[in-house]
Design a protein around this ligand. Sequence first.
Ligand SMILES: N[C@@H](CCC(=O)N[C@@H](CS)C(=O)NCC(=O)O)C(=O)O
Length: 312
Amino acid sequence: MKKKNPNKKTLIGKQDFKVSDLDHEWALFHNDFSLCSRKVRVCLAELKIEYHSSHIHLIETKDCENLSKSFLKINPNATVPVLLHNNYPIYESHKQIEYISNLYSGGLSGSEVASKWNEKGSLVGDDPVKGMENYAGNCVSLLTQPLFVAMLSKISFFKFIKYFIKHPSKFRAFNFILFKLIGNSLFKKNSINQRIATKALRHLRIHLDDLNAHMSSKKWIDGDQFSIADITWMVLFHRLNELQILRLLLADREKVNSYYKRLKERDSFKNCIINFSDESTLLGIEKLKSDIKTSKNLSLFYQLMHEEIKPA
Ligand SMILES: N[C@@H](CCC(=O)N[C@@H](CS)C(=O)NCC(=O)O)C(=O)O
């Protein structure tokens, strides 16, 4: 409100302008299904920080509340999560959890190791294809496409018109319209989407091998102390589980597998992810499971992914 925000593409980290006049120290604009939102919710819960919560529906969960005038004032890029500290926005989830953990340094480790693995697990940049080799979050985001198709199948076409007209990223909006119009045929053998997913999976396997080696004798990524990096990887594992490929991915990675079991035991995992899921997310996952069995294109796609995960 006060200073005009500069270039929306450069909105990363804490800004020097206010976007609201809420009467709360912390406020979070988030969505139950969004991987990045889950991360920030878990971080706030781990540190027992109270916050004003604003759930924003996205087109895949029900409606595009992120395109409302009031939300575009909070984030002109129309994405969640946005964290406000005394009404100053902090953009990008890996920066948000870094910011929180720096303020509450006693609670979560913010060491260089934690910071490196936090970044490695993040979703960075506008086009996830560009950062697959550096960021596991980008790989996971590309693998999420069949789940988007399942969730979007229930959304009315009319909502997509508004979505395309109002969305600041036409690239993003166009992709979602393709998910709606073309559905699982997008994943035909040798289609661009199938080839990109295979590439994402190849990079993800390397990231997981690195993590498996790193975890050889550690409880958490930074040793004995739980850190922001663990939060980032917790949400990635959960998304891979929703995508029905986690078990296979962890089968040969014993250290990561037992690490994942420890992550699932945390209250923050149960309260901010499992018990926080909206019906639309749960229905989407059930639809994906059934599509894997009934759609010829998707079952072949999953077969190819399984072959990629477990090379002969
Ligand atoms: N790199 C950003 C990603 C933000 C993002 O892409 N959020 C998605 C949900 S995970 C979103 O808001 N999508 C809404 C839309 O594009 O319409 C972060 O880490 O916060």
